[in-house]
Design a protein around this ligand. Structure first.
Ligand code: 9Z3
Length: 311
């Protein structure tokens, strides 16, 4: 595995990087002045590892962005300013509630020739109204910034840029790294320029993506409250792997989950304890999302961390 320094030295930033960096800078500067304003960077969705420079094919993963997009709404409810760093076309806060044709089904046409109008069906207003109100409130108070990525390289460039803007918040910054970032990729120098031809079975060799949590925790945002996520498919590895990660990177919390049960069970692993959040069937049926108690727990820990620092 190459070092993270080598990664940035050999991979160009995405073409819209400067624009996004300015947006991040502006958003953070606006909120930095208010000493009581906490801020969270949420990463969400999966990254792709392209196989060609002119990318036709790529390696992807399962992540839909449910965790990140739902959590963003709960952080806003907890009065955080939210940077939502997400995979293009993955789920986004607020719009996540209406997938596919569901949104169109909520509307009706009031036919009047050229003066026809559209309105929300009366039976859909109850659903749409509270979501729209929360969305508008986030927009009006300028507390939600969307920045998107596609490849693992885009993600790493944007993550570092976001950290540079978050560092001045010191303990008020929370990083909630829920994106499913590729562990393996084809380095740019090993990638063919054009589409791989199907004249023979290609031999594709993947390298390890550098572990970015290391510089992030120790140098980029050394005072922030950093929360990472650990995904496994084998339950017997989950807690040991999470502890290993805490020891290696020295951050505050790992939220551990298993692929198949991630929507109703997580374990919050800290250096000296672990705490399970488990939704009952009734809670899940009544519409409670696990991100609500996760965010409540994480914000409480972040609060305690800030207060402890003042003593
Ligand atoms: C997670 O574990 C997230 O909870 C999920 C959410 C990706 C499972 P969805 O987007 O899923 O709601 O469909 N994220 C982190 C996964 C990860 O790759 N973590 C790395 C690891 O486990 C460390 S940062 O090694």
């Amino acid at each position: 595995m190459g070092s993270w320094e080598e990664f940035y030295a050999t991979h160009l930033p995405p073409s819209d990087f400067e624009d996004n960096r300015q947006l991040l800078k502006q958003f953070c500067e606006n909120h930095l002045k208010d000493q009581s304003q906490n801020i969270v960077l949420i990463t969400s969705g999966g990254t792709i590892a392209p196989l060609e420079h002119n990318t036709v094919r790529f390696v992807d993963n399962f992540s839909a962005g449910s965790r990140g997009s739902a959590s963003a709404e709960y952080f806003l409810e907890n009065n955080y300013a939210v940077i939502f760093l997400f995979r293009t076309k993955s789920l986004e806060p607020f719009t996540r509630h209406f997938s596919g044709q569901q949104f169109l089904d909520m509307l009706e046409i009031n036919e009047n020739g050229e003066n026809s109008t559209i309105s929300v069906r009366p039976d859909s207003t109850d659903v749409l109204l509270p979501i729209l109100q929360k969305y508008k409130q986030a927009q009006e108070t300028n507390r939600l910034l969307y920045v998107n990525f596609t490849s693992v390289s885009d993600y790493l460039w944007l993550l570092r840029a976001a950290c540079e803007c978050l560092a001045p918040f010191e303990k008020r910054a929370l990083l909630y790294l829920a994106a499913a970032v590729s562990d393996f990729y084809v380095p740019e120098e090993d990638m063919p320029k054009h589409k791989i031809q199907s004249t023979g079975a290609p031999k594709i060799s993947l390298e390890l993506v550098p572990k970015i949590l290391k510089p992030l925790v120790s140098s980029w945002v050394p005072q922030a409250f950093v929360v990472s996520f650990k995904l496994e498919t084998d339950d017997s590895l989950l807690i040991a792997k999470s502890r290993e990660s805490l020891i290696k990177y020295n951050h505050k919390l790992v939220i551990a989950n298993i692929l198949q049960t991630r929507k109703h069970r997580v374990v919050l692993v800290s250096p000296n304890a672990s705490h399970e959040i488990l939704l009952t069937k009734d809670q899940a049926h009544s519409g409670l999302e696990i991100e609500e108690p996760i965010v409540a727990d994480v914000t409480r820990r972040h609060e305690e961390f800030q207060v402890a620092g003042e003593q």
